[in-house]
Design a protein around this ligand. Structure first.
Ligand SMILES: Nc1nc2c(ncn2[C@@H]2O[C@H](COP(=O)(O)OP(=O)(O)OP(=O)(O)O)[C@@H](O)[C@H]2O)c(=O)[nH]1
Length: 302
């Protein structure tokens, strides 16, 4: 079995559909790596599997915020994520065509794209007629020698599988960058719990650092694209429950809001987060609590 693995930088103007495309490519397998592994220059958006290939999508932060006197050095720095990637995919909105922003990106590509594979993905094809699309594809290919052109609708899923297959074929041979179980959705539940635990710890400081645990009880994908996540916070004593809830529930509300915001950023979509606090004096002794944390429960007698 030959495995493949590589980084793909999705670039494009804000709103081009990068998040939508990443979600469509990654599917149910939401990556947890963002939280743990930060490459120095690029943030990881998600990991997609296609056959034996692992495709890691990265962000290129700060690339396209309008800056009038953007000198070459700054451009070079901002392009870091793309420069580190094995493949660059430029996303252009079909109905907007070659905007000033797209022109600026093409200028940057002339430099950074040298010697690397750059593909074009014209997105939102559901919004234009076929003639417009063909003319735009030609125009863009006249301006830059793209390795391949894809016409997609990230939202409706058109062309997404073709693009993913092509990327899988183009990325280099090599071992996977992340173990397969890191990109399944069970760990995602753990990571979501970990985010809430982190917010609780931040908020409560030294008060009860090791005496609570958070579990994701339920994760429901909603038709509107949002996720409903129910979590349980286990504490050991009634008194702790009061501390976690706070005066008139202030603490738990603030924690819930902070955790929800982080989750929404991470997932790139809306999240409804529900927290419930339960007193469980013996949770530290319960095997199930450990497996939920991905830990092995070691029986004291063995
Ligand atoms: N009609 C149509 N709309 C789309 C398509 N793909 C994405 N969109 C919409 O375009 C908008 C922007 O999509 P995002 O995925 O958030 O874009 P982005 O490039 O990640 O944006 P930033 O994170 O701001 O850079 C959203 O409202 C999407 O629903 C598509 O194929 N067709």
């Amino acid at each position: 079995m030959t495995t493949r693995a590589g980084f793909v930088a999705l670039i494009g103007e804000p709103n081009a559909g990068k998040s939508t495309l990443t979600n469509a490519m990654v599917g149910a397998k939401v990556s947890i790596v963002t939280h743990k592994v930060q490459t120095t220059r690029a943030r990881i958006r998600g990991v997609a599997m296609e056959g034996e290939a692992q495709i890691v999508f990265v962000d290129t932060p700060g690339l396209f915020r309008p800056r009038r006197r953007l000198d070459r050095a700054m451009v070079a720095a901002a392009w870091g994520g793309a420069a580190d990637a094995d493949i660059i995919v430029l996303m252009v909105e079909a109905h907007r065509g070659v905007t000033e922003g797209v022109e600026r990106i093409l200028e940057g590509l002339a430099d950074i794209g040298k010697g690397r594979t750059v593909a074009l993905a014209i997105n939102k094809i559901d919004r234009v007629r076929a003639e417009t699309l063909l003319a735009l594809a030609k125009d863009l290919n006249d301006r830059y020698p793209f390795a391949e052109t894809f016409m997609i609708s990230a939202e409706k899923g058109h062309g997404v599988a073709d693009l993913r297959k092509w990327l899988a074929k183009e990325i280099p041979e090599g071992p996977w960058l992340y173990p397969e179980d890191q990109i399944a959705d069970l760990p995602m539940r753990m990571i979501a719990a970990e985010m809430t635990r982190e917010k609780l710890t931040l908020r409560l400081h030294q008060e009860l650092p090791y005496q609570l645990t958070v579990e994701t009880e339920n994760w429901e994908e909603r038709k509107d694209g949002s996720a409903r996540i129910d979590q349980l916070v286990y504490v050991m004593r009634d008194g702790h429950k009061g501390i976690v809830l706070g005066h008139k529930g202030e603490t738990i509300k603030a924690v819930s809001k902070a955790a929800r915001e982080e989750l929404e950023e991470f997932l790139g979509r809306k999240v409804h987060l529900f927290l419930q606090v339960k007193v469980r004096p013996n949770w530290l002794e319960e095997a199930e609590r450990y497996s939920e944390m991905g830990l092995e429960f070691k029986d004291g007698n063995t």
